[in-house]
Design a protein around this ligand. Structure first.
Ligand code: HEC
Length: 301
């Protein structure tokens, strides 16, 4: 597997990794469709077609995806993140000027497509190379770096390869790709009929991430959003709906008091859904609107 990956890269190396991307994706898909997966999933391969395999991949946890892709691409040992973090500093100081700060190449070659990096295990091959360099070709020797510094740099390089190659390990997609001005217009046209500016003030700081913000503005937490007004011969009760059946309705009123009312003759129940407007929005929300609104709301910290 490792050979496969390396050969693919080598053939495309002159053009840089950018042109390897389709190859990597094709390889990935082949891996997934071919059922090269973790655990006992392989058996399902006989029963299902591409759709099934695609579904399996979707159903994996991000850890399983990363492991499956790692196995298929032969990415070797999992990079040591702490070492890679230290290595990033050493790399920036000693190598970044020639190889680019993220090792994707500058006047020196990209190291994420380098055979020396790809076939290295735990820095053994690379530290030997760094001690000597290739001075005749413009790659200096780094005899004065400590062994630990070299290992850290190597882990940094392995992590760069991982970030480029292992789609399974991707976690955060940037969802802030919309036009905030259009988002503002949408909010003014569609949301201000039910909300005031107060609703949106600092809204972004109430959520941990843009993803969470987006989930919540589209469909806020349901708890307590269904309300009911119940007219009975004894009087009228209103509050949020806790429970309802054909025989009984339970409400919690503004003061927090719970009322359970039998739905006998002369009892009239009117329900309303505070999220009705959101339900409507979901039916008509276009992708662009969604991105625009999230991008706008994210500016309201
Ligand atoms: C002065 C510029 C310069 C600096 C600084 C430099 N390199 Fe290089 N490096 C090069 C050049 C140029 C090559 C290509 C040599 C060749 O054509 O064989 C190279 C090649 C390499 C290769 C081999 C790539 C391959 O697959 O053949 C590795 C690995 C490498 N450098 C790592 C590093 C690391 C790690 C550092 C920092 C510790 C570093 N380099 C610092 C210029 C530099």
């Amino acid at each position: 597997m490792r050979r496969h990956f390396v050969t693919g890269l080598r053939a495309n190396r002159i053009n840089g990794l950018r042109y390897c991307a389709p190859l990597l994706w094709a390889a990935l898909l082949a891996g997934v469709v071919g059922g090269l997966e973790v655990g006992g999933r392989t058996q399902q391969r006989q029963a299902g077609g591409e759709e099934r395999a695609e579904q399996d991949y979707q159903n994996m946890t991000s850890g399983e995806r990363a492991a499956s892709t790692r196995a298929f691409l032969g990415l070797g040992a999992i990079p040591d993140k702490a070492a890679a973090l230290r290595g990033a500093t050493h790399f920036a100081q000693n190598c970044g000027a020639c190889h680019g700060k993220d090792a994707r190449g500058a006047m020196g070659p990209s190291l994420v497509t380098s055979d020396l990096v790809l076939t290295d295990e735990h820095g053994q091959q690379l530290s030997a190379f760094l001690k000597k360099g290739r001075p005749e070709k413009g790659m200096p020797a780094f005899a004065t770096l400590s062994h630990q510094q070299m290992i850290d740099i190597t882990e940094f390089l392995h992590l760069q390869v991982e970030n480029v190659a292992n789609r399974g390990s991707y976690k955060m997609l940037n969802i802030l790709v919309g036009n905030a001005l259009n988002g503002k217009a949408y909010v003014e046209a569609r949301c201000m009929t039910s909300h005031t500016a107060e609703t949106f003030a600092h809204i972004a700081s109430k959520f941990r991430s843009p993803e969470q913000l987006q989930r919540n503005w589209i469909w806020p937490a349901r708890y307590g959003t269904l309300t009911a007004k119940v007219k009975t011969p004894e009087g009228t009760f209103s509050g949020w709906l806790k429970q309802i059946s054909d025989f009984r309705i339970t409400l919690v009123d503004r003061s927090g008091k719970t009322h359970t009312i039998d739905r006998g003759p002369g009892v009239d129940v009117q329900m309303s859904d505070r999220l009705a407007g959101h339900q409507e929005i979901i039916m008509t929300l276009a992708n662009d609107d969604m991105h625009d609104v999230t991008s706008y709301l994210e500016t309201l910290k």
